[in-house]
Design a protein around this ligand. Sequence first.
Ligand code: HEM
Length: 238
Amino acid sequence: MLEWLKQPGFFGTHATLGADLSQLMATLFTGLFVIGWVQARRRAADRHHWLMLGGMVAMLAFFTSYYLFRQLGVLAVEGKAGFGGSQELYDHVFIPLLTIHIILVVIGLVMAIYMIVLGFRAQAFLNGKRVLKDALLQTSWARIGTIFGGVIAVVLLLFFARVATAGFSTRKLMVYLGLLLLVGIVLAVEIAIQRIWPNGERRHRALGRFTMIIYCILFVTGSTTYTMLYILFPGKIG
Ligand code: HEM
């Protein structure tokens, strides 16, 4: 599978098949989410629901399995050798761009799951029509505790399963601890956010817009990274 992903891609650039597949899927998913967003603005809530739910689940499935196969990104392994441009361009443009992209990927993944849950929690059916409930939507501390406890259990299970198959490393421990920290931060942010938007409908609309903006920036930074790496300044890989 890994070898198959390393074949030359289908866009005719210097990219591998894996990179082209990833770029194609990112384009399709971004397009799907923008259509889903337009549907929400037009009050076509049912279409919005299915587009967002289907799109987000498919996107999460694709990118998690893709990155599990490909391990960390090409550049994390190859470093500067993967980039054919100058050292200045690499240090001052490429790396900051890639860093922003990766930070947004993490926020985007968290928001995908968060928004799906919020969609279900905030919605209601009024005369058979899907709507957002114009009502208070709060998560109690007890509930947050249960969710975090559950997440800790799952992450620990994943960690020990990985250690059992691939051995222990401090790096691995840091990655899993980082994951837990991230979930902890999300839950803390949720507590803060529900003070700002206690109303479920307002929260879904405000955070939905925020999520969509993140996805649009993700698409632009991702496509720019692709263009720099595989069209403008191809390095040794390709
Ligand atoms: C997963 C990512 C999602 C994002 C980014 C998102 C984003 C949005 C945004 C931005 C709006 C407001 C549109 C506007 O007024 O400008 C909205 C409305 C809405 N969303 Fe979502 N949403 C998501 C998932 C869901 C899900 C899974 C459901 C249902 C379970 C849902 C149900 C609704 C409903 C019912 C509305 C109101 C539409 C109307 O005004 O009639 N959303 N969403």
